[in-house]
Design a binder for this molecule. Structure first.
Ligand SMILES: [Zn+2]
Length: 248
């Protein structure tokens, strides 16, 4: 019997394997839950907005173990919240005003290539404009960062402090301010993901009002005084994180 060989299968550039995986995924979903796509098509009701890095290893649905429809996502290099970024602002507005998400999670990750770039000397690409707030913070506090024990510690600390800075920037947008003034139950969190063990860690205080935001120490203060009191609620996550973590 003659066998038919699809020529696209022999072309290593073909994206057919991806389309095949999609078919298999959709079939499996439907097999497990026959009305799944019908429900998905009708509405989305995510409770979370994720503002994360574009890094291919840090995908919100995977690391949170959530299904499609459960988290609204904005990603860019080094999870920067530029307050003139129409993309971010449009996402933020839709998430807060229309979807009425309850939590905004700003999530960066250790070993971030964008942060590593900001700590280096090369300034020849468009991404260097994007990373400028991080570069400026590093330059301002260079003595503090350079006193850390080695480049990995420096990179890890800057990954953390960048998240804290972006939390403050998101909390300073009129969109978030107005939501809090209206009495919306909206919380902002700063988390970091460890690509080496897959665990998330809560980095700092949860913001749920203008008063809490305004009581935060400035980002300069946080650079100079990195240790922060930890609530018992956060201790479990921190201990779980530390169990498989190299020291940063
Ligand atoms: Zn990154």
């Amino acid at each position: 019997m003659a066998s038919f060989v699809d020529p696209t299968r022999l072309d290593p550039r073909s994206l057919d394997p991806l389309l095949d995986r999609n078919v298999a995924w959709a079939q499996a979903k439907t097999r497990d839950d026959p009305t799944y796509f019908q429900r998905m098509a009708e509405t989305q009701t995510p409770r979370y907005l994720w503002i994360g890095c574009s890094d291919s290893r840090v995908t919100a649905n995977d690391v949170l173990d959530l299904d499609p429809g459960e988290v609204f996502v904005h990603r860019n290099i080094a999870n920067v919240a530029h307050t003139s970024d129409m993309n971010l602002l449009a996402v933020l507005e839709y998430a807060v005003a229309v979807l009425k998400v309850e939590h905004i999670i700003v999530c960066g990750h250790y070993g971030c290539g964008g942060i590593e770039r900001a700590l280096g000397e090369e300034r020849t690409a468009l991404v260097d404009y994007w990373l400028q707030p991080i570069v400026m913070l590093y330059r301002k506090h260079r003595a503090v960062f350079d006193a850390l024990p080695g480049p990995q510690a420096r990179l890890g600390r800057m990954c953390e402090i960048n998240i804290e800075m972006q939390v403050r920037r998101v909390a300073a947008t009129p969109l978030v301010e107005n939501a809090w003034v209206r009495g919306a139950a909206l919380q902002i969190h700063g988390w970091i993901y460890g690509t080496h063990h897959g665990l998330l860690r809560d980095l700092g205080p949860t913001l749920s009002s203008l008063a809490e935001r305004d009581a935060l120490p400035s980002i300069d203060e946080r650079v100079l005084h990195p240790v922060e009191p930890r609530s018992s609620l956060r201790r479990h996550a921190i201990e779980a994180f530390a169990a498989g973590s190299p020291s940063f």
